[in-house]
Design a binder for this molecule. Structure first.
Ligand code: NDP
Length: 600
């Protein structure tokens, strides 16, 4: 199928597919997610909180109706929905020093959301806040989390700098007993886990990493005491310093321009290039703002979700780099006819994808002056194989004389020495290494959460899930009464993560409110309902595999090892739009089919 790219180079899909396969194959490794090092033990300092001083306190003894592990958007939105349903006795427990979750931890320079602020920031209408720009910075998002907290008077419902170490079901009392690293004793009728799916930083397993004697930190714990400055930049502490940043994903591309501005020399170490599309940040359109009618935000959120997760939407209200491709696919779906209609739609999607990626590669040629650097920065995979990223300053960074792209051609860094890193035969002396190497995905849930949950009969969730990953709607587990999980496996994995959290919070509040109404406070999913949901998830799990098999490795496809079995522990295979429909239908029926409610 001949077509023309923006470089005016004729390409055809067969050639492109072959190139994508070649780029994928040279990155596939046998160790998959095991290539990464856990930020524990000798590496635990990578997870220390650099933002808030540690406050000593005596252990507390406390009883509450709902304990929520996590005070990010998951914990906050659950508290909001519970409060709206008349359930106010809530306690959020978080390792962090304050609210915000991922937006508390990630404060690196240039941090910003890559989807429209009107879609991403929850509860805009309810809080009366309209973002001043189409994209929000990390600081604005953190401030919005605090705004929600104040609006719903949740400030005194949190216990910070406290890590849950275990939650244990007590059959006699029908309560969860929650232990913490502060020696607290907390009892709760309901336990909600809102730990976040990508909250544990990971490090690349580069030989010699432990022996580096220079300065080092992970982007999710930015060390401003070393770099100087703030999330707005001004990293004057880097004057005279040779810095390496390892990782060019969504995080790496956002902070690289800020490092480049102040380091004596910056080495951007690349294993796989990101596909960097235009961002076009602008002030909120006043006329558009004036035209908004009540319900506008949910309409935008639903429209974004429908377009990006296989739902149906007749128009694109978002019109950004996320929805562009799906809009093209939806248009193809309207005109596709005959027995091969599905093939026509798939082909139209592939062509639109190729055009978008050609546009992205063409932009690199247009911006980056050195042709070899430009060539090395080009991503060769389909748009949604990796997190799509948007930036209007990253590529320009490579025109600076103090910046070197160290392209490893898919191999990664070969070794780290006491004062340098090595790629191939070349040694690069550096004073500081910044790890923009991402977060654990696909490792055991309990390892990422940092605590086990012990249910009925003393069975741990870790042990149960080691046998087989099973849930009901991704949210409840047989043998674990009154437990609700906010997580993405066998549940929605939407691009707009806050949307999934809000829907989960809505369901939790509805179930708990029902239990109170009928005065049957104990809730447990039946074995039969759990089995049926797991079987259904198995039926749809395979939907993801054909697309991700052709992708270059990354956390989206478990580093190239997304098997049918592994996909069971991934997001609902029919897509987030379908999942929300399942949940809406289930909640709408009002009988909570599959759950057993009983008195304590
Ligand atoms: P990622 O996992 O996306 O990226 C990790 C980077 O480290 C990749 O470039 C990876 O290369 C590289 N890497 C890993 N091992 C090595 C090695 N041995 N040598 C060299 N490079 C290596 O993490 P991010 O922190 O960038 O992003 C994680 C997620 O956080 C995003 O996908 C998104 O969900 C979220 N995020 C959201 C933002 C937003 O705007 N909403 C902004 C920033 C992050 P390779 O690709 O080859 O594996």
């Amino acid at each position: 199928m001949p077509m023309t790219n923006l470089n005016a180079q004729p390409v055809d899909l067969e050639t492109l597919r072959a190139k994508y396969r070649m780029e994928r194959d040279k990155r596939l490794r046998t160790d998959g997610i095991k290539q990464f090092i856990e930020a524990d033990g000798e590496f635990s300092y990578f997870t220390d909180d650099p933002y808030v001083a540690w406050i000593e306190r005596a252990p507390i003894v406390r009883r509450c109706e709902v304990a929520i592990v996590g005070a990010g958007f998951g914990g906050i939105l659950t508290s909001v929905k519970l409060k709206d349903a008349g359930i106010d006795d809530v306690l959020m427990i978080d390792k962090a020093g304050s609210f915000g979750g991922t937006w508390y931890w990630n404060r690196y320079p240039g941090l910003a959301c890559d989807m429209k602020s009107y879609v991403y920031l929850p509860l805009l209408e309810e809080t009366g806040y309209l973002p001043p720009r189409n994209y929000a910075s990390g600081a604005e998002i953190l401030a919005h989390a605090e705004r929600i907290v104040d609006h719903w008077a949740l400030r005194d419902k949190a216990l910070f700098q406290t890590a849950v170490t275990e939650a244990r079901w007590q059959e006699d009392s029908g309560l969860w007993s929650i232990s913490t690293d502060r020696g607290d004793t907390i009892e709760a009728r309901y336990l909600v886990t809102a730990n976040g799916p990508m909250s544990k930083p990971k490090l690349p397993g580069i030989p010699g990493i432990a022996g580096f004697k220079g300065h080092t930190f992970h982007t999710s714990r930015w060390d401003y005491s070393y770099t100087g400055g703030s999330p707005d930049g001004g990293l004057t502490g880097l004057k005279g310093k040779r810095v390496a940043i390892i990782g060019t994903g969504a995080t790496g591309i956002q902070c690289t321009p800020y490092l480049a501005e102040h380091a004596e020399h910056l080495y951007v170490v690349q294993r796989t290039p990101s596909g960097v599309d235009v961002r076009e940040e602008v002030a909120t359109d006043r006329d558009w703002a004036a035209s908004l009618k009540p319900g506008w935000q949910q309409e935008l959120i639903n429209n974004f979700n429908a377009l990006t997760s296989g739902g149906m939407a007749s128009e694109d209200l978002i019109q950004d780099g996320w929805t562009f491709l799906f809009t093209r696919i939806a248009a193809a779906a309207q005109s596709a006819t005959g027995e091969d209609a599905l093939e026509q739609i798939i082909l139209a999607g592939e062509i639109a994808d190729a055009e978008k990626m050609n546009e992205i590669r063409g932009r690199i040629d247009a911006v980056v002056r050195d042709p070899a650097t430009a060539e090395a920065l080009k991503p060769w995979y389909r748009r949604f194989c990796k997190r799509p990223v948007f930036h209007d300053g990253y590529l320009e960074t490579f025109n600076r004389t103090n910046v070197t792209l160290v392209d490893t051609d898919g191999r990664g860094v070969d070794a780290i020495g006491e004062t340098s890193f090595r790629v191939g035969e070349k040694e690069y002396p550096v004073d500081c290494i910044v790890f923009a190497s991402g977060f654990e995905v696909g490792t055991d849930y309990i390892r990422r959460a940092g605590y086990d949950i012990v249910g009925r009969g003393g069975e741990s969730l870790q042990a149960k899930w080691a046998r087989r990953f099973t849930t009901f709607h991704g949210m409840q587990v047989h043998g674990f009464p009154n437990l609700f999980l906010h997580q993405t496996a066998q549940a929605a994995l939407p691009a707009n993560f806050c949307h999934g959290l809000a829907e989960g919070a809505k369901a939790i509040a509805a179930i708990v409110a029902h239990a109170r109404k009928i005065e049957m406070p104990q809730i447990e999913v039946t074995q039969q309902a759990e089995d049926a949901w797991v079987a259904h998830c198995g039926d749809v799990a395979g939907n993801l595999i054909p697309f991700f098999e052709q992708c270059t490795p990354g956390y989206y496809n478990l580093e190239g090892k997304l098997t049918q079995e592994a996909a069971q522990g991934f997001g609902y295979g029919a897509g987030a739009a379908a999942f929300f429909q399942v949940m809406d239908d289930w909640l709408g029926r009002g009988d909570f089919d599959g759950l057993r409610f009983f008195a304590s």
